[in-house]
Ligand binder design. Sequence first.
Ligand code: EPU
Length: 424
Amino acid sequence: MDAFVVRPAGPLSGRVRVNGAKNSSLKLVAAALLAEGRSVVRNVPDIADMRVMAGVLAHLGADVDHDGDAWSVDVPAVVGTATPPALAARLRASICVLGPLLARCGRARAALPGGDRIGSRNIDMHLGGLERMGATVEFGPDFVEARADRLVGADIDLEFASVGATENLLMAAVRAAGTTTIANAAREPEVADLAAFLNAMGADVRGAGTPTVEVRGVGELRPATHQVVPDRIEAGTFAVAAAVSDGEVELEGVVPGHLRLALDKLRAAGIEAEAGDTTLTVRGRGALRGVDVVTLPYPGFPTDLQPQFLVLLSQAAGTSMVTENVFDGRFSAVAELARMGADAYVEGHHIIVRGRRRLRGATVRATDVRAGAALVLAGLVADGPTVVLDPHHVDRGYADFAGRLRALGADIERRGVPARAGAA
Ligand code: EPU
């Protein structure tokens, strides 16, 4: 089995270019299914999840290829309507082909999606919205099937500002008859990015990025070319790496405005964060202070940065409370960090962190993409070597994480470890 082996190497310094957003890229290539012909998506990160998504699209008949970070998705006149269970089960975003396929083909069967085990992750809002647009929905043993001869625009009120449901419904609505209004829509930059791509394809989507999105259905869409928005979570992860190591790192190719609350929290913790137009310089200033963090849908503090912030807070003075409101089971980093000496525990949906505990290297396990990244960050400041098992979770969302940290001065390598290390 392989693992990241991380040793303390002092403050990180240098520059790192931030990739395009994982959680946008995955949906953009799904949206390409809406139009026959070749769409091109640029600035796509080289991550494992994209390769799985490409497999899902290829199974549906699309010709998916990439040249560097530019991915082309060539969609035939007739596409398949059922996603492959083995691939779909590896990826949460696979459910996002349901909306475009239904819009395009009048029926779609999506294998039940997988992805990180961070909570119950229902799809009831995706399906309820499609039903509001006139689809019938049926469950099989490991799939869900939706049918509609023609989707009809509807008023949809989401119970929670779900990113996936907003995106799936948006992609279904663009070719529906009439107008769809999604209220309490997710406002994440990735939703606005998807809407921009859909509009480039000839759709009429207004208000994406606000709580109310209006979609006027159009008959046909055409292929388009689009540049993916920068990955604010990757940027935030490198920012925490700089902060916790008391280093100075310049992030390039970011939209600092997408990280406003995370930057406020870093500053409150005693970190300098200087935003340019597309750059962000993060600088440690010695002593860290504890801060409370509450995760919420955008523009709230992102749940996808919660585990990384736990590492920072474990090194800060005082006691911090982190409240997780988005996922009901995103706490696995806590026990692993505790194995490294962090004083942190879960109380309901809160995580209490008593800071300034010296972390010691240990063998820990990545259980999902962000928890895995957080454990690597903990290894940067722990005494002795930290072995992070199951690094494939990190590969799902970060392109060459170890290599890019190494370029900033980190001592991290990826190597085989004896299988008994996995019993830890
Ligand atoms: N939810 C429901 N019913 C639904 C849909 C969602 O109950 O029909 C619940 C979920 O169980 C969860 C909450 O609503 O408790 C929020 O889920 P949401 O739909 O917003 O999340 P998602 O679309 O499944 C995406 C990202 C996640 C990110 C969240 C929130 C992708 C592929 N995943 O998930 O990214 O945490 O939005 O921002 O876009 C990650 O990158 O590490 C990651 C987990």
